[in-house]
Design a protein around this ligand. Structure first.
Ligand SMILES: N[C@@H](CCC(=O)N[C@@H](CS)C(=O)NCC(=O)O)C(=O)O
Length: 244
């Protein structure tokens, strides 16, 4: 069984979409990032980067007991290799997929995340206009990269729907909420509509919806508590004794 330590955000939903598409049984373990579950010793043992998702495969195809993987892109590649779906073996397809996964992890996810971060900051944090403009430009550029690719080919890695599409989709949905006009990106619009109609994508996007509370619906004290815990994180000390 696959245990997925998860909270319903775009980085988690990439993996639930993939698991739903593959029809693999999995167990969702809530990682309540607003409560700090990602900072517990048990979680850090799986992911020293203190971010969800993290995955444990309790039945890996190698010796050594349960196998854990962190970073959503690495998890997707692991699952694609293990279950042999949406991740073809031929080198041309596989490297086309890998490059879009790397692109997502290094560009679309972080830049879009930072845009959201700066747009959500309260006025008391000072004027954010440069940061907002910088990341708004980057996010616009990134939608342009997707649009160009989806003009050339039906899917990101070419003619076949793959884990590359699943990886990019949750960060591309709802462009308006990211300050982008979908009219500028008709090829992205076509791809978004097609993926949105897939039942497995719908199930993956809905996974854990029962747990989430919209940031805007939280009382101001709760928002402030979460902000204090999540923003401005710095290095965490290691225990005194060496582990090896
Ligand atoms: N590159 C990582 C990013 C994961 C990430 O940023 N996760 C966020 C939620 S989307 C998180 O766990 N945040 C908790 C925190 O900031 O402390 C991945 O794709 O797995």
């Amino acid at each position: 069984m696959i245990d997925l330590h998860y909270w319903p955000t775009p980085n988690g939903k990439k993996v639930t979409i993939q698991l739903e598409e593959m029809g693999v049984e999995y167990n969702l373990v809530p990682c309540r990032i607003g409560q700090g579950d990602q900072f517990t010793d048990e979680f850090i043992a799986m992911n020293p980067n203190t971010r969800m998702p993290a995955m444990i495969d309790n039945d890996p195809e190698c010796d050594g007991g349960p196998l854990s993987v962190f970073e959503s892109g690495a998890i997707m590649i692991y699952l694609g290799e293990k279950f042999g779906q949406f991740y073809p073996r031929d080198p041309r397809s596989r490297h086309a997929i890998n490059q879009w996964i790397m692109w997502q992890m290094a560009n679309q996810g972080p830049k879009t995340g930072e845009l959201g971060h700066f747009r959500r900051l309260p006025e008391s944090e000072g004027n954010q206009s440069y940061a907002i403009r910088r990341f708004d430009d980057e996010v616009n550029r990134i939608y342009g990269v997707l649009n160009r690719r989806l003009y050339e080919a039906p899917y990101l890695a070419g003619n076949e729907y793959s884990i590359a599409d699943m990886c990019c989709y949750p960060w591309a949905v709802d462009p308006e909420s990211r300050g982008q006009d979908i009219g500028e990106f008709p090829h992205v619009a076509r791809w978004l509509d097609e993926l949105a109609a897939r039942p497995a994508v719908q199930r993956g996007m809905d996974a854990g919806a029962q747990w989430s509370v919209g940031y805007g619906e939280m009382p101001p004290e709760e928002r402030e508590r979460i902000r204090k815990m999540l923003y401005n994180q710095r290095a965490r000390p290691v225990p005194e004794l060496p582990a090896f």
